[in-house]
Design a protein. Structure first.
Length: 767
C-alpha cells in the first residue's frame, strides 16, 4: 500500500467565514485524493497583536510555522495573502524558511519560484463598469487594504484601469487604506469628509464594506440610494446585511480544492504552476439594483395570479430561492404543492397532513442557504394560487383547512435557522462548561488530567485527540526568537473513544507529530493548535472534528483547555504561586458562570430573557413559602418600535430597548424579576406589599419615561404600554394563564398609545 501524503493547509484562523470556505474545500479535496490534511492556523506575520486585548498572545499561533519541515510534511498549501497582510513578500518567504524546500502552493498571492492559485479581477472590473454605465456614478471611491497585501493592490489596479477606460481621472482624496477588517471606519470617514459628493465606494473586501455601511448611516445617508457600496469575496456577511451587498464572487472553497490538487501534482511531478480562476460580479441592492424578491413582488403586482400558470410560478419562486432546490431540501415543498394542486383539481391524496408529516419536510430545509423571509413569501404566493384553483373546482373549504393546518404548524413549530443555531450553541456552551468542570476536577491527578481532556473532547464529538507537551513550560515573547523543541512528551491520545495514556517520560521527535496524528489506516483531516496561556507555551493539541465545528472549537473549547492546562501547572507550583492560582480559579469560575447563565440573559439589555423569566417566575410562584401570597405580573410593550427603526435605524431601536430595560430596573425592587421576553416586550414579577401597587407602578413608570424624554436629545419619544394582572401564588397556578391575563390588559392599554413618535421641532426666528 502506498504511503498517504501529508499536506499542510496554513491559514490565518479557523473562525473567519472566508477561511472556513478554504478549509472546507481543501478538506473535500484531501478526502477525494486520499491524502492527510493538517489545518494549521498561524494568525498573521508580524501583526501588532497588542492593539486588541483579546489578541495579545496570538503570536503563539504564528510559532506553529516552525513545526513545519520537509521531514514532517510532503507539501503545503498556504493562504499567504492573508497571513502576510501586514508584511512584504520577502518577509513572508522568510517566515516560510523552514519548509521552502518542499512543494508549496500559495493561495491568492504569487511568490517567486512558488506555485500559486488566485482569482482574476474581471468580476471587480464588471462591478465598477456597472456602477458607471447602469447607475451613472461619477465620484467612485476605493478603500484598500495595506499596500503589502497583494489582493488589495490588484483590486486597486483594477479600479484604476476601469476609471481610465471611462476617462475618469483618479482623485487621491477618493482613496483610503483600511486594515481589511470590519473596524475600518476611519478610512471611510476620511473619504466622506473630503468628498461630500461621493456617490459610490468600492472596498477591497466585504468586511471593510460593513464599516462603510455604518459610516454612511452615521452621515445620515442610505446605502444603495445615496451611496452605492461594493465589496469583494461574496462572504456570508454580504448576504446577512441590509441592503444586501453587491460584491464579487470568488469561490474560495473551489480555489482551495484545486490548490490541494495542484500541490499533490507538484509533489508527484515536481512541476510548478500558476493557476488563475475567474471571479464573477454579484449584483444586489447596495449598488442600487433591486433584489430578486423585489423584482418578484413587482412582477406579481402586474400579472394577475389567475393568469400566472403554476409551473411558471414555481419556476419563478425557484429562481427567487437562488439555490439548488434539491441540495437545500426545498424540492419536497414543491412536490407537496403539486399534490395539493391535484387535490384542488378533484383528485384524492393519500397522505395525512399533520405535524409529523409537515415536520418531515420542514426540518430538512437548509436555512443557511435559503432566506426564511423569502421562504414564507413563496409559501404565501403558492397558497393563493392553489386556493384559486380549489375555488374553481369546489374544494376551497377543504384546501383552506389544510392551509390553516400549515399556518398553525409554522406559527407553533417554525423558527428561523438563526434561532436554531442559537439554541444549539447554548446547549454546547453548557456541555463545554460541564467538560471544563471535569478537567478541573482532575488537574492534580497527573496522567489522569490528560485522560480527562481526551475523554471529554471525545464526549463533545471530537473524533481523535493527540496531546504533545514541552518537557517544561517555555516562555515565549512577541519579539523573542522562538526555537521549536527537538523533542516533546507524547502524553495521551484518543481515537474513536479509545483513550491511550502514555508515560510522561515518553519522548518523541517533534518531526514525528504529523506522522503520529495520521498513523491509523484511514484518511485524516487534523487541526493543529497551540497549548498556551499568556506567554507560557505548553505544547500542541491535535484534533479531528467536523469542519463546521472549527469556529466553536477555536473560540471556546480550545480557550477552556488552555485555561485548564494553566490551572494544572499552577496547581503543581501552588506553594510558590498560591495567590496566582486563586486569581485564575476566579477567572474559571466566572467563565463557568457565564456559560451556565448564557441561556437566561438577554444579550442586548443584560436583563433576563424569556427563558430565564419563565423559569425563575415559575419557581417563585410555586415555592411553598409563597403560597397564597399576592403577586403582580406586569407586561410592558414599547410603542411604535417599527417607526423608530424605520425612521432612525436599528441602532436607535437598540438604544430605546436598552433605555426601557434600565427604567424597568429602577421601577422595580432588587428582588423583583424583570426581563425582556420578546423583541419589544418586557415582563416583571413583583410581590404586592401595598393595596394600590398598580396605581403606584403606573405613576412611577410614567414619571421615569417623562423624565427620559425631557432630558434625551433624541428626536423621538420613547413610550410604552403597560398591562397588569394581580394573582395569588401557588403550586397549581399556571404562569401561562397569568401571562394571558396580563397580555389582555396590555392590549387594552395599547389602544391609547400615541400615533406619532416625533418630538416637536424647535424653531428659531431671526428678527
Amino acid at each position: 500500500m502506498n504511503k498517504r501524503l501529508n499536506i499542510g493547509l496554513i491559514v490565518p484562523c479557523t473562525d473567519n467565514e472566508n477561511t472556513a470556505e478554504i478549509i472546507e474545500g481543501a478538506a473535500k479535496s484531501a478526502e477525494k485524493n486520499d491524502v492527510n490534511l493538517f489545518v494549521i492556523p498561524v494568525k498573521y506575520i508580524r501583526y501588532d497583536y497588542g492593539k486588541k486585548e483579546d489578541t495579545t498572545y496570538h503570536y503563539q499561533f504564528t510559532n506553529l510555522l516552525r513545526y513545519i519541515t520537509p521531514m514532517c510534511l510532503d507539501g503545503v498549501v498556504i493562504e499567504s495573502a492573508s497571513i502576510g497582510t501586514f508584511v512584504t513578500a520577502d518577509e513572508i518567504k522568510r517566515a516560510m524558511k523552514t519548509f521552502l524546500d518542499i512543494p508549496i502552493v500559495t493561495i491568492a498571492q504569487k511568490l517567486d519560484g512558488i506555485s500559486s492559485i488566485s482569482f482574476n479581477c474581471d468580476g471587480f472590473k464588471d462591478v465598477i463598469r456597472h456602477l458607471i454605465k447602469i447607475h451613472r456614478k461619477k465620484n467612485i471611491a476605493f478603500v484598500s487594504g495595506p499596500s503589502s497585501n497583494e489582493d488589495s493592490v490588484n483590486r486597486f489596479n483594477a479600479y484604476r484601469e476601469v476609471l481610465r477606460e471611462f476617462d475618469i481621472p483618479f482623485d487621491k482624496t477618493l482613496y483610503a487604506v483600511g486594515d481589511l477588517s470590519e473596524y475600518s471606519h476611519n478610512a471611510v470617514r476620511e473619504i466622506m469628509k473630503n468628498n461630500p459628493d461621493v456617490d459610490a465606494i468600492c472596498f477591497a473586501n466585504d468586511r471593510m464594506a460593513i464599516a462603510g455601511y455604518e459610516v454612511i448611516a452615521e452621515n445620515g445617508r442610505s446605502v444603495g440610494k445615496d451611496i452605492a457600496v461594493v465589496g469583494y469575496d461574496d462572504a456570508l456577511c454580504s448576504m446577512n446585511i441590509e441592503p444586501k451587498m453587491t460584491t464579487v464572487h470568488t469561490d474560495m472553497s473551489y480555489m482551495s480544492y484545486k490548490a490541494l490538487e495542484q500541490c499533490v501534482d507538484c509533489i508527484k511531478t515536481g512541476k510548478k504552476t500558476d493557476i488563475t480562476l475567474k471571479s464573477e460580479a454579484v449584483f444586489r441592492e447596495s449598488c442600487g439594483c433591486s433584489s430578486l424578491l423585489s423584482d418578484f413582488i413587482y412582477k406579481l403586482e402586474r400579472v394577475a395570479l389567475s393568469e400566472y400558470s403554476l409551473p411558471a410560478l414555481i419556476e419563478d419562486i425557484t429562481v427567487l430561492f437562488n439555490c439548488d432546490i434539491y441540495a437545500t431540501g426545498i424540492a419536497p415543498v414543491f412536490d407537496f404543492a403539486g399534490k395539493l394542486v391535484e387535490y384542488a383539481n378533484g383528485a384524492e391524496i393519500d397522505i395525512e397532513i399533520n405535524n409529523e408529516f409537515l415536520s418531515s419536510i420542514y426540518n430538512n430545509i437548509d436555512f443557511d442557504m435559503i432566506s426564511f423571509d423569502v421562504f414564507l413569501y413563496g409559501l404565501g404566493v403558492l397558497k393563493k394560487k392553489i386556493l384559486d384553483i380549489a375555488f374553481d373546482n369546489g374544494r376551497y373549504k377543504a384546501l383552506s383547512e389544510i392551509a390553516e393546518t400549515i399556518t398553525k404548524f409554522l406559527i407553533c413549530n417554525g423558527y428561523n435557522i438563526v434561532n436554531k443555531v442559537e439554541k444549539e450553541n447554548k446547549s454546547r456552551y453548557i456541555s463545554v462548561g460541564e467538560a471544563v468542570n471535569r478537567f478541573l476536577a482532575n488537574i492534580d491527578k497527573g496522567e489522569g488530567f490528560y485522560k480527562s481532556v481526551c475523554d471529554n473532547l471525545s464526549a463533545l464529538g471530537v473524533k481523535s485527540t493527540h496531546l504533545f507537551l514541552n518537557e517544561k513550560v517555555v516562555n515565549c515573547y512577541i519579539n523573542g526568537v522562538w526555537r521549536r523543541p527537538e523533542s516533546m512528551k507524547y502524553v495521551c491520545s484518543a481515537e474513536s473513544g479509545e483513550i491511550d495514556v502514555k508515560k510522561e517520560t515518553n519522548l518523541i521527535n517533534t518531526n514525528d507529530i504529523f506522522r503520529i496524528c495520521s498513523s491509523s489506516d484511514r484518511q485524516h483531516t487534523v487541526l493543529i493548535s497551540p497549548l498556551y496561556f499568556g506567554t507560557e507555551n505548553y505544547g500542541i493539541i491535535a484534533t479531528e472534528l467536523e469542519i463546521k465545528e472549527y469556529p466553536f472549537f477555536a473560540s471556546l473549547i480550545n480557550e477552556q483547555i488552555n485555561l485548564a492546562f494553566k490551572m494544572k501547572y499552577l496547581t503543581e507550583e501552588q506553594v510558590v504561586i498560591h495567590q496566582k492560582l486563586r486569581e485564575n480559579m476566579e477567572q474559571i469560575k466566572n467563565d463557568n458562570e457565564k456559560i451556565s447563565s448564557i441561556s437566561k440573559i438577554d444579550e442586548l439589555t443584560g436583563i433576563m430573557n424569556r427563558r430565564g423569566f419563565i423559569q425563575s417566575a415559575s419557581e417563585i410562584i410555586a415555592l411553598p413559602e409563597n403560597k397564597n401570597r399576592e403577586a403582580l405580573l406586569v407586561f410592558i410593550n414599547m410603542n411604535n418600535m417599527k417607526k423608530v427603526n424605520d425612521t432612525f435605524g436599528h441602532s436607535e431601536g437598540d438604544f430605546a430597548l436598552k433605555a426601557i430595560a434600565n427604567i424597568m430596573k429602577r421601577c422595580f425592587r432588587g428582588n423583583d424579576i424583570v426581563a425582556r421576553i420578546g423583541g419589544d416586550e418586557y415582563a416583571a414579577l413583583a410581590f404586592v406589599d401595598v393595596p394600590d401597587i398598580q396605581q403606584i407602578l403606573r405613576k412611577r413608570i410614567t414619571q421615569y419615561f417623562d423624565n427620559l424624554n425631557q432630558k434625551s436629545a433624541k428626536q423621538y419619544y420613547i413610550t410604552v404600554s403597560v398591562g397588569m394582572y394581580k394573582f395569588n401564588c401557588g403550586s397549581k397556578v399556571s404562569l401561562s394563564d397569568v401571562m394571558k391575563h396580563a397580555d389582555e390588559s396590555l392590549i387594552e392599554n395599547k389602544k391609547n398609545k400615541p400615533s406619532s413618535i416625533m418630538k416637536p421641532t424647535k424653531l428659531s426666528l431671526t428678527i
